[in-house]
Design a protein around this ligand. Structure first.
Ligand code: P6P
Length: 335
């Protein structure tokens, strides 16, 4: 009898064949998968849930919090804090490190997440997602500090996202390629539907918030202007543009059909190095993109090599199809 491969079985097989395959990591990822199932159920209720709209509060980013931002953050915490695999957590929605309550056992991993990325879209029924990253805890204290999280993206042991779209998908890497799973609501399991995901090296599709054009640096302005010039311009071919305002949806599209996504450094707010956050947006997505054969850069540095200086640090992001990202990087290098 042919039974679909569930994410639990896939990850167990993947870990079992590895010299450092770790049952603790497997257990933690299982808890993260459960959290994403619960969030999917909440998000997909839409207006029926009674939790649309915003709160009066703002997160540390100064962004108005959606009711679902807080609810999904709580779901992540409640689903993982008791599992005995975590030393601590950090999230877009929490100012500081979340300490595992003393009455729960602890583990060797740190979990960093954006519980509902693109949440400004949730009220208008456009796809949103969850992004997560797993790091090793190298300290000895029962209460990790923010400094314990400040590891370059190359130190991630796993990263992934859930996309709450026309179907709910979970895409994950543990450093051995990228695989995609679709939630089969009939059995309540994510089943393997997109094995060995690979980003096409070329693309004709770029994604950027063009309303920021007047704030862009010259290399980005040059690149986008040439894309828009199409066949009549120096690129000699037409391009298409997309902007969903949900990074998870953009990255997923790029994993499926290629593309380049840019939220570059701009001078809209010179105090900010970019809009996207390194620890729980740029790093996990860069790990996935590189594992799928793409590139991910600040424009001046490989994102996974950036040494974090703060839990909520922002970085410029240029990621996607290898050959197209290299064009943008060449412009940053003055070529
Ligand atoms: P803008 C969502 O808030 C997010 O962090 C990413 O998911 C998304 O790509 C970006 O911000 C959208 O930003 O300025 O277009 O609203």
């Amino acid at each position: 009898m042919q039974i679909a491969t569930t994410i639990t079985q896939f990850l167990a097989d993947e870990q079992s064949g590895q010299p450092h395959g770790n049952p603790d990591l497997l257990a933690l990822l299982g808890q993260v998968v459960t959290a994403c199932k619960i969030i999917s159920n909440e998000v997909n209720k839409g207006a029926l849930s009674g939790v649309m709209g915003s709160l009066e509060s703002e997160n540390i980013q100064g962004e108005t919090q959606k009711k679902l931002d807080v609810i999904t953050n709580d779901i992540f915490i409640c689903t993982t804090e008791r599992g005995g695999r975590l030393a601590g957590m950090a999230s877009e929605e929490m100012d500081d490190v979340y300490q595992i309550p003393d009455h729960y056992s602890r583990g060797q991993y740190l979990l960093v997440f954006d519980p509902l990325d693109g949440s400004s879209n949730v009220d208008v029924n456009i796809s949103v997602g969850t992004i997560f990253s797993v790091l090793r805890y190298e300290g000895s204290s029962a209460h990790p500090s923010a400094a314990d999280f400040l590891q370059p993206g190359t130190q991630q042991v796993a990263a992934g996202y859930a996309l709450y779209g026309s179907s709910t998908m979970l895409v994950i890497t543990t450093g051995r390629g990228v695989n995609g799973f679709t939630l089969d609501t009939n059995i309540g399991e994510f089943v393997l539907t997109h094995a060995d995901m690979a980003i096409p090296t070329d693309t004709k599709e770029f994604a950027i918030n063009a309303s920021n054009q007047r704030f862009w640096e010259e290399p980005v302005l040059r690149y986008v202007t040439e894309c828009v010039a199409g066949k009549t311009g120096p690129r000699g071919r037409d391009f298409n543009m997309r902007w969903v305002a949900s990074m998870v949806a953009e990255v997923h599209r790029i994993l499926i059909r290629g593309g380049i996504f840019m939220y570059p450094k701009d001078n809209k707010d010179p105090t900010k190095a970019g809009k996207l956050r390194l620890m729980y947006e740029a790093n996990p997505m860069s790990f996935i993109v590189e594992q799928a054969g793409g590139l991910s850069s600040t424009g001046r540095q490989r994102i996974l090599d950036v040494q974090p200086e703060g839990l909520h640090q922002r970085v410029p992001v240029i990621l996607g199809s290898k050959n197209e990202v290299e064009v943008v990087l060449s412009y940053h290098a003055g070529q």
